[in-house]
Design a protein around this ligand. Structure first.
Ligand code: FAD
Ligand code: UDP
Length: 372
């Protein structure tokens, strides 16, 4: 055997595992079927702007150990996610906070905002919210539900709010303060120089082969290493023998524009039902902050995001956390547990919606279990 470890996938899970294995004196080969490293956090340089090719990624965490760990690979800027909602040309601050309530109702104090929400809740007469629509109205009232939640949610999930579970909306903070930070996280930022550079730093000195599909040459690759760390889709590993796991997909339409500033913010959500995309990302504002420096680059790159139903062959983005898929994953997991020299890790290998910080923590746990 030529290598101690073959790591399939150069996303965050694979790259952190490879980094730690090399540090422990193990020999490692990393392969990826894409033409680039970094998996879904890959950023591509366009006119000096780091474009988040597989969707906008904002690093946020409450895990101090992970935050300290990741600093060795990148310096993070002080980006704070504060999206703007555009409802038919009216602009509102997100997540729901005093700026939003002031714009919606003209209220000035937290007491006035609270009273307005209570009044709308009472009028809707909901005691136990049974679905997303009822949950949203009882959290923020009918006006905000209709202008900022209903259309966006229905586009994003392709279903009526009445047919969606209420927990989805509980993730969004509702604040009676002038704080428009989208995340309740102690630490937040974007790696300066882009995510690709951060992952390249993890893989420094490690052999990486791109455009290599492990499953197409499985026997050949298996013969190269003692142990495999597999971060591709678990159902693909077993040749979909028990059926396909489902995903939610997103389609991006990216354009390079001949102007320095398109929308003045990294993310603008289009919350009406008629606009076909859910949001527009303007990539330069992740890195340059909201000062004039970003205007030094005369061009800008924007991506419109369209939410779409996933079909086999599409890029798998978000695992679907419902009962049917959970049960199918459990069956694949039983098969996976029988593979003695393969570890299944990461978002696709474990069919789990991991944020970046959680996938880093999970890779470090895997290192502790595997490498002695
Ligand atoms: P991946 O990055 O998917 O890496 C897996 C790699 O395996 C890929 O490069 C793939 O090409 C390779 N591979 C698969 N099969 C094979 C094969 N057969 N042979 C060779 N290689 C193979 N997290 C946050 O914390 N903040 C955010 O703002 C955020 N935004 C997101 C937005 C979107 C649209 C998505 C989809 C995710 C977002 N995430 C965010 C989550 C984040 O992307 C993941 O936590 C992280 O990328 C998971 O890393 P991973 O290594 O598990 O998987
Ligand atoms: N949401 C909304 N309007 C917005 C942003 C979010 O109604 O402008 C709702 C939507 O239902 C979404 C949920 O809040 O699914 C959670 O938002 P988040 O940004 O966490 O969604 P993610 O893209 O991470 O799934």
């Amino acid at each position: 055997m030529k290598y101690d470890y073959l790591v399939v996938g150069s996303g965050l899970f694979g790259s952190i595992f490879a980094h730690e294995a090399k540090k422990a004196g193990k020999s490692v080969l990393v392969i990826d079927k894409r033409p680039n490293i970094a998996g879904n956090v890959y950023t591509e340089d366009v006119e000096g702007i780091h474009v988040h090719k597989y969707g906008a990624h904002i690093f946020h965490t409450n895990n101090q150990e992970v935050w300290e760990y990741i600093q060795q690979f990148a310096t993070f800027n002080r980006f704070t996610n504060s999206p703007v909602a555009n409802y038919k040309g009216e602009l509102y601050s997100l997540p729901f906070n005093m700026y939003t309530f002031n714009k919606m109702w003209g209220v000035v104090t937290p007491e006035e905002a609270q009273a307005k929400i209570e009044e709308q809740k009472k009028a809707a007469n909901i005691t136990e919210p049974k679905n997303l629509e009822e949950q949203a109205i009882s959290l923020v009232g009918k006006d905000i539900y209709e202008k900022l939640i209903k259309g966006y949610t229905e586009k994003q999930w392709g279903r009526e709010c009445k047919d969606l579970p209420s927990f989805i909306i509980k993730r969004l903070p509702v604040r009676l303060t002038f704080d428009n930070n989208y995340f309740n996280a102690l630490y937040q930022g974007i790696p300066m120089g882009g995510y690709t550079k951060m992952v390249a730093n993890m893989l420094d000195g490690i052999e990486v082969r791109l455009n290599e599909d492990y499953l197409a040459k499985k026997d050949e690759y298996d013969s190269l290493a003692e142990k495999i760390i597999y971060t591709g889709p678990i159902d693909a590993y077993f040749n979909y023998s028990l059926g396909n796991l489902e995903y939610r997909s997103v389609r991006f339409e990216t354009e390079l524009l001949d102007k320095p500033n398109y929308q003045g913010n990294a993310a603008v959500n289009y919350t009406d039902r008629e606009t076909p995309y859910t949001r527009i990302i303007e990539h330069k504002w992740f890195e340059f902050g909201k000062d004039d420096h970003g205007n030094d680059i005369p061009k800008t790159v924007i991506s419109k995001e369209y939410s779409s139903e996933w079909k086999p062959g599409d890029e798998p983005y978000y695992p679907v956390n419902d009962e049917k898929n959970g049960a199918l994953y459990a069956k694949y997991k039983e098969l996976a547990d029988k593979e003695t020299n393969v570890v299944f890790g990461g978002r696709l290998g474990e069919y789990k919606y991991y944020d970046m910080d959680a996938v880093i923590a999970s890779a470090l746990d895997c290192v502790k279990r595997e490498i002695h």
